[in-house]
Design a protein. Structure first.
Length: 304
């Protein structure tokens, strides 16, 4: 029997962040992550004692007025404004809501989401999470891509939305480098101590990102979530320099903190600036600006 893998969701939408914003995209969100990023949206990301974390307080077994479970599937959950916006994809309390399948079965789910059942010339396949480069996810992704290839339906573009901490296995590197016939794009979003509450010794791994860059023909971006504080900008510049030191000279994109439209526009003076203010600060530094465009188009919900 083929091995099964847990994943949180699949959906067809567009890329809402960074270089490929607007591109039609099929998404696979894996379950599990090595980081938590509980500092997102907090007044002081560096002080866990001050955190407000709605995902921890949510009663996943709550009943509705009819006495039935209020949260039957992942899409029933709210978008969390504090902490990681996709905590449902790694917190163990949500494991019972996860889906699972073999690579062939997951491939079929993804294929069925495509309007024509096949990848077009511009449709992307994006692996996100959680963290899509954990070992089990690399193994599953290889199986999915091999299954697509067997059906002569290989996506021409694949993206990995990664925090950049996970090393590539030799098997996965060799597959992407030699056997996958398409473009690999690394959307690397290093998580910051001053924004996400993740310490650098755990969250910043330039040597792993340098290995991603070695995959033949691959491209990438460094995408930082910023809250606009001076210490945040200093940390971003430090991480960029560390990446450059190992040969990773990808374009830099800056996004405001906030999982929701309201969150991106919120301001906590001295701690968290609005989306427009952060955009101005990024542009002054010569960096690209991104927002979560999908939230502006379709609102604050899972699956867009």
């Amino acid at each position: 029997m083929s091995k099964e893998y847990h994943y949180s969701e699949t959906f067809y939408s567009m890329q809402g962040e960074g270089h490929y914003t607007g591109r039609p995209t099929v998404w696979l969100r894996y379950f599990l992550c090595n980081l938590q990023c509980n500092g997102f949206g907090q007044i002081d990301p560096k002080n866990p004692e001050t955190y407000f974390l709605p995902y921890e307080d949510l009663d996943v077994h709550e009943k509705d007025l009819m006495g039935e479970s209020k949260y039957k599937v992942m899409e029933d959950l709210p978008v969390f404004e504090h902490g990681c916006d996709s905590s449902y994809s790694w917190s163990k309390k949500f494991k019972h809501l996860q889906r699972k399948g073999t690579p062939d079965e997951i491939k079929k789910v993804l294929e069925d989401l495509l309007p024509s059942g096949r990848f077009g010339s511009s449709t992307h396949l994006c692996f996100t999470g959680g963290e899509p480069l954990m070992k089990h996810a690399q193994e599953c992704t290889k199986g999915i891509l091999e299954s697509f290839a067997e059906d002569n339906n290989t996506p021409k573009f694949i993206t990995f939305e990664t925090n950049g901490t996970q090393p590539l296995t030799d098997s996965f590197f060799d597959y992407l480098d030699s056997d996958y016939d398409g473009e690999v794009f690394w959307s690397c979003s290093p998580k910051l101590w001053t924004v996400a509450g993740e310490k650098a010794d755990k969250a910043i791994k330039p040597e792993n990102v340098a290995k991603y860059r070695q995959v033949s023909g691959s491209q990438g971006q460094l995408k930082f979530v910023a809250n606009g504080t001076d210490e945040c900008w200093d940390e971003i510049e430090s991480v960029i320099q560390q990446m450059c030191d190992v040969g990773v000279d990808w374009p830099v994109w800056i996004m405001p903190v906030g999982a929701t439209v309201e969150g991106q526009k919120a301001q906590i003076k001295g701690h968290h600036y609005t989306d427009g203010e952060i955009a101005d600060m990024a542009l002054q530094r010569g960096w690209n600006v991104s927002a979560r465009v999908h939230t502006y188009l379709w609102g604050n919900k899972i699956g867009v």
